[in-house]
Each structure stands twice: as C-alpha cells, then as structure tokens.
Design a protein around this ligand. Structure first.
Ligand SMILES: Cc1cc2nc3c(=O)[nH]c(=O)nc-3n(C[C@H](O)[C@H](O)[C@H](O)COP(=O)(O)OP(=O)(O)OC[C@H]3O[C@@H](n4cnc5c(N)ncnc54)[C@H](O)[C@@H]3O)c2cc1C
Length: 471
C-alpha cells in the first residue's frame, strides 16, 4: 500500500525514457514522474552528423533537458544510476541519493564496445552522443590546422587521413558527411581539399551487413564514390590495435598499418552492464520483455529501447522503435493506474532514412520507393525534426530548419564548394516542393483517408506542424 505512494521512476533520458516521460506528462498522469539521466542534454542521435557539420544548431539536436521538460510534470534528476534493487523497488545513484518507486521504466540504452581491441579506448573516438560529436568536430578542426602548418608530406598525409571503423549505417553516414565536409573546411584554411582521405575499415566484405538498411547497399556504394572526396574502403580488415599514429589490422593473414590522425569508432555496442546484474531473463544482454513491455518476473517494471527485447516480436535497436515504445509504456502505465489491463505494443516501422553526404540522403518509403539526393535529404531531416521532443521546441526548430532550407542559409558556400550548380539545387528544391504539395492536396481532399493511410509514416504530423489544416 505504501509503495503506491512512491513515484514512477524512469531510468535513462534517451528516446525510450524521454518519450515515456513526456507522454505521461501530456496525458495528465496523476502520479509523480522522476526521470534520472546522467547527462544534462538529450542527444538526438540520428542527427548527430548535422551537429558535427554545423548543418543544424546544438539547440536543435542537442537540447538541455531543463528546457525540454520546462512546464511538464516531469522532475528531472541529473545523476548516474549505480544499482537497481528490483525486490526492494529501489534505485541507488552515484550521489548517494536513493529513489523508491511504485513503477520503474528501464531505458538505459547500450554502451560502446571495443571488443578488447588494444588501444581503442585511448585512441578511437566514439560517436554516440552530442558531447562526442562536438569532441570529434574539435579534434578534426585541430588536425586540419596542424596539417596546414606541416611541410612534411608524410606527416600531413597522416593528419589528413580519417579512419572510420565499422561499415554499418553510422560508419557510412559519418564517412559520407566527412568526405564532403573536410575538403570544405580544409580549403577554407587555404589547404588542398583533395589531400583529405576518408577510409572506412570493415571486418567483412559487405557493408550494412545484417542491417535494416541492407537493401540500400547499391545506392550507398554509389553515394560513397560520388562524394567531394570518394570514400575509400578497406574490407576483410580485422582491426587488432590502435595507436596515436593509426590503425593496425589483419588482412589475408598479413598485419598492415593504416596511418591516420583520426580514428572514429562506430563498430559496435554492448549491453548496459548495470542491467546484466539484474535477476531477470536476458537475451544476448538485452532484457526480455512481454509484448506489453513488462519484465516477466517484475510486472511493475517496464523496459524499452536498445536495452530490451520482446522475443516473440524482436525489433531493431533504432530510435523509431524506442520512440514508439516510450509512447506505449506511457499508455500502459496510465492503464495500470486506472486498473485496466496493459496492452501489447504495435510497432510500425516507417521505412528507413540515411544521410549520404551534405545535402544528400536517401528515404526508403514502403521498402519500395527510394527518394535520393537533396529531396531524400529534405525528407530525412524533416521526418526527424518532427520527432523532436516537446511540441514548442519542435515547432521552433522545424520552422528554423524550413527557413534555412528555403532560403539556403548556411548553404551558399556549401553548394559552390560541392560543385553543385544553382540549377541543380533549384531542381532539387522543386522536387522537394512537389513532395510537400502532393500530400497537402491529398490531405485537403480526403483528410480521413490521408490520416489512415499515412499515419505510420509521420507525414501527417509533420504536415500538421508545418502547415496546420484550415478549419
Ligand atoms: C550515430 C547514430 C546514428 C543513429 N541513427 C539512427 C537513425 O537514423 N534512425 C534510427 O531509428 N536510429 C538511429 N540510431 C539508433 C538510435 O539512436 C538508438 O536506437 C536509440 O537512441 C535507442 O534509444 P534508447 O532510449 O534505448 O537509448 P539511448 O538513446 O541510448 O538512451 C539511453 C540513455 O540512458 C542514459 N544512461 C545510460 N546509463 C545510465 C546510468 N547508469 N545512469 C543514468 N543514465 C544513464 C544515457 O546517457 C542515455 O541518455 C543511431 C544511433 C547512433 C549512435
């Protein structure tokens, strides 16, 4: 009885945790809500490349929780969770503060794994948070400044080489972004952009192996070749060691060395060690949940996002899944308060989106239609911006983005340096305008059918925010 007075505690303010908290607050949940997160800012991970490149501002994709949660019913606690006692319904934090709960949401994501690669923790730069994206940007800028002052060609080559470990979606998106961006930055310093080298190092021969984006392989390969600096690939290369001078790898039984002044790591994640200690069922380190996202052994506890898996209907560890699970958990917590049974979550995958360079992307709709180039880029950024938490923040950011896109702010230099003509940019904008106007006409003519057919894509919400329907 006493436990019913304790708050609902959410651990981890990523996609699953933050959206659970926001939706609980929006649906006037009658119980106190506490969100415990170790960082002070939310990282909108699909748009970290834009944070690195400066295409989007940090307030847009790396906002402070205090601002996101202002005016909501969520109490934000910046603290690191140290242990969880499921039997006593208690969470211990690094500061010594203890939180008792009536319901708990586990949304602690995963952590970067280096698979015992020697030197990786010291010399490789991970790319999973806003903080890390900003650190990588500073490091790259520093390397370019060093290179411009170096007359020794061998040293300059090392400083201008970036090794990216892992050819999954994050490695590819990062490689494509840097292959367009670094030549621009280096030219601005008076250097020769063609000296930049971006090398994608992959253990197997295939890119996007086993990934939801694997059917985009041909489009991706073409895009990697067509960057300002084509992306180089090292396949069948098993990285064995990293040093301050680059990456050592094994290829066809031979040990080789790639000299590189920057090593970015996108090669893998591991389960959060905190959750491994819990006395519950795990599947490859992820917490096994029921279709309603509850733990089998502790039904008052929900788990979602990268740290959880429903064995009957496994979903890829992606933001779009975590986001939808957050909404479903909020609804189930509300149902529990109203003494109603919890209901299974229905995940609708919205297709896939990838960034393939500055102003270039691919939107894969219905797994049938691929929209590429600048229209693909606009759909990708527009789709993600409509997922930003907090509607006021979202509307401001989306308006800023649309203004930037329409007036090509930040982009005049980029187009010229990318060698795109104004005509091409104009054609792409026309295509994007067509893509926007067609659903507008459909929505005006058949609002119910439009909503029913496209709700899973997020397009109706995006349009409602950009161009509210006239009443
Ligand atoms: C570079 C990159 C690009 C991506 N692009 C896409 C994409 O285009 N589309 C897509 O769908 N998905 C994408 N993803 C995957 C997506 O971001 C993740 O699947 C999603 O973030 C998972 O959400 P989550 O809430 O489970 O975990 P996370 O978002 O990782 O959140 C977990 C939170 O828990 C916090 N935390 C961890 N341990 C503790 C602790 N002990 N105490 C307190 N807090 C703690 C962390 O700080 C973090 O904020 C991308 C990921 C990366 C890294």
């Amino acid at each position: 009885m006493q436990q019913a007075c304790h708050p609902t505690v959410i651990l981890g303010g990523g996609f699953a945790g933050l959206f659970t908290a926001l939706h609980l607050s929006q649906q006037n949940y009658s119980h106190p809500i506490i969100l415990i997160e170790q960082r002070d800012r939310f990282s909108f991970k699909p748009l970290l490349y834009e944070l690195l490149s400066g295409e989007l501002h940090s307030e847009q994709v790396y906002p402070r929780y205090k601002e996101l949660l202002a005016g909501s019913k969520v109490s934000f606690v910046q603290n690191t969770v140290r242990s969880i006692d499921l039997y006593r319904r208690r969470v211990n934090t690094a500061s010594g503060q203890i939180f008792d709960y009536s319901n708990l949401v586990l949304a602690l994501g995963s952590k970067t794994a280096y698979f015992n690669t020697a030197g990786a923790a010291e010399y490789a730069m991970p790319f999973t948070s806003g903080e890390q994206a900003i650190a990588l940007r500073k490091h790259l800028r520093h390397r370019l400044h060093e290179a411009i002052q170096t007359s020794n060609p061998e040293r300059r080559r090392l400083l201008l080489t970036v090794a990216i470990i892992g050819a999954g979606p994050a490695g590819i998106e990062l490689a494509c972004t840097l292959a367009d961006l670094l030549p621009i930055w280096y030219d601005e310093l008076g250097g020769d952009g063609s000296e930049i080298r971006i090398v994608l190092v992959n253990r197997s021969r295939e890119i996007l192996k086993g990934d939801v984006n694997s059917h985009l392989r041909c489009t991706v390969q073409r895009a990697m070749k067509n960057r300002v600096i084509p992306v180089d690939c090292l396949f069948d290369a098993a990285v064995t060691k990293m040093t301050s001078n680059g990456v050592e790898y094994q290829q066809q039984d031979q040990t080789q060395m790639l000299q590189a002044g920057t090593i970015a790591w996108t090669a893998g994640t591991a389960p959060n060690p905190l959750l491994m200690e819990l006395p519950v069922t795990h599947n490859r380190g992820r917490l096994v949940v029921t279709p309603t996202l509850q733990l089998l052994e502790f039904p008052e506890v929900f788990a979602a996002g990268d740290c959880a898996i429903n064995g009957d209907n496994p979903q890829p560890p992606t933001a779009q899944v975590a986001y939808q699970q957050g909404i479903a958990i909020a609804q189930n917590l509300q149902r529990m308060r109203e003494n109603q049974p919890t209901i299974p979550v229905q995940i609708q995958l919205r297709g896939t989106l990838m960034k393939l360079g500055l102003n270039e992307g691919v939107a894969n709709l219905f797994n049938k239609i691929q929209i590429k180039g600048q229209p693909g880029h606009l759909i990708r950024e527009g789709t993600y911006l409509q997922l930003l938490p907090n509607s006021a923040h979202n509307r401001k950011v989306t308006t800023e983005w649309l203004t930037d896109e329409l007036f090509q702010r930040h982009r005049a230099v980029t187009y010229m340096q990318l060698g795109q003509t104004p005509w091409l940019s104009g054609a792409a904008t026309t295509a994007a305008a067509l893509i926007l106007t067609t659903p507008l006409i459909w929505r005006a003519a058949q609002p119910t059918q439009f909503q029913q057919n496209l709700s899973w894509t997020g397009v109706p919400t995006l349009l409602d925010r950009l161009v509210p329907p006239s009443r």
